[in-house]
Design a protein around this ligand. Structure first.
Ligand code: SF4
Length: 342
């Protein structure tokens, strides 16, 4: 068990002197803190910083993000991945504008009902912006706590994560936002997955795993399932009007993104043409290969150019493509195509 007062004092003292200067730490604006936490889910700090700065310039407040054109927003998010995050965020921000006069609710029970707000985002925003005594448990925090308590339970289990959240909330001090950030910061900079810097750790005296010399054996995480490997042919279908066929995605995680048509490698060109409503005239050259790793899948893609005289609303002028949001997976192949045609 944690030794509360000494532990809190050491951790908070260390955090005040050692925290990294991050742009979202310079504000108490709940909208900006919320935006940063949405971006930081599944994404490294170093990647998030330029996106955060761009968004704060273009969408400095609730109203500007609520009123933003979804396509422009997706384009600005391009490269951060997990596009549901920004779609949900905009839906939630619109609700804040319409129902709460553009003021982010400071009652946790209201805030937690907004779209995309789960235990982590809710705890982080409500504690950092409003100092509510809520925990924000991410992967860093789970690792730190599992080591401090020498907890050998499976940290991927929802029941274990819930229990850890409750236990942090039993000891969380009035400076709840700083406390949560201090735990995360400790995990990100000192209590790292491999080779933790125990010698520099402000809470080493409270650490059971350190005493038992089992630091690198924790946390326990059950083996992730092997990722599904999927093989696709991706088609650059060009017509004689300098246009390319892109499919705007509907009802999937990539909703609103413009994607090159991709098909299982066994699908015949005739079937591709039929499904897309184009007459394929020339089967063109191989553009190149690309691989993209998602959380649960790996896509292996081969890019091919096809020619047609067909035209319909899915064809887009080649010089307009860069203005449209496209997933990172497709962008990799698209840049090969651009290099070929430069
Ligand atoms: Fe992590 Fe080591 Fe500190 Fe324990 S002593 S919390 S293992 S850095």
């Amino acid at each position: 068990m944690l030794k509360i007062s000494e532990f809190n004092h050491n951790l908070l003292g260390w955090y005040q002197s050692n925290k990294r200067a991050l742009p979202w730490r310079e504000t108490k604006d709940p909208y900006r803190i919320w935006l940063s936490e949405v971006m930081l889910q599944q994404t490294q700090v170093v990647t998030v910083i330029p996106y955060y700065e761009k968004f704060i310039t273009r969408y400095p407040d609730i109203d500007s993000l609520a009123d933003a054109d979804e396509e422009a927003l997706l384009k600005d998010w391009e490269g951060l991945g997990y596009y549901n995050r920004i779609r949900n965020f905009q839906a939630a921000v619109r609700e804040v504008k319409e129902k709460y006069g553009s003021v982010v609710p400071d009652q946790p029970e209201t805030f937690f009902k907004l779209k995309g707000v789960g235990p982590y985002i809710g705890g982080a925003v409500q504690s950092i912006a409003f100092n509510h005594l809520l925990a924000a448990v991410d992967g860093n925090v789970l690792r730190v706590i599992s080591r401090l308590d020498s907890d050998s339970r499976d940290m991927t289990k929802a029941s274990v994560q819930k229990d850890i959240k409750h236990r942090i909330e039993e000891i969380i001090p009035l400076e709840a936002g700083d406390f949560n950030q201090a735990l995360m910061e400790l995990g990100a900079t000192i209590c790292t997955p491999r080779a933790p810097k125990c010698i520099m750790c402000p809470v080493q005296e409270n650490c059971e795993a350190y005493k038992e010399n089992i630091v690198t054996e924790l946390p326990i995480k059950k083996k992730a399932k092997r990722k599904n490997e999927l093989y696709y042919n991706v088609y650059f279908i060009l017509n004689d009007q300098n246009e390319i066929l892109l499919k705007k995605q509907e009802g999937s995680l990539l909703q609103g993104m413009y994607e090159l048509p991709k098909y299982d490698v066994d699908t015949s060109i005739e079937s591709v043409g039929e499904e897309l409503g184009v007459d394929i005239e020339v089967s063109g050259e191989h553009i190149g290969s690309s691989k993209h790793v998602f959380t649960h899948q790996v896509w292996y893609m081969e890019g091919y150019v096809l020619h047609t005289r067909s035209r319909h609303r899915d064809f887009i002028k080649l010089n307009e493509v860069q203005k449209l949001p496209m997933s990172r997976a497709m962008q990799k192949l698209y840049s090969l195509f651009q290099a070929e045609n430069a």
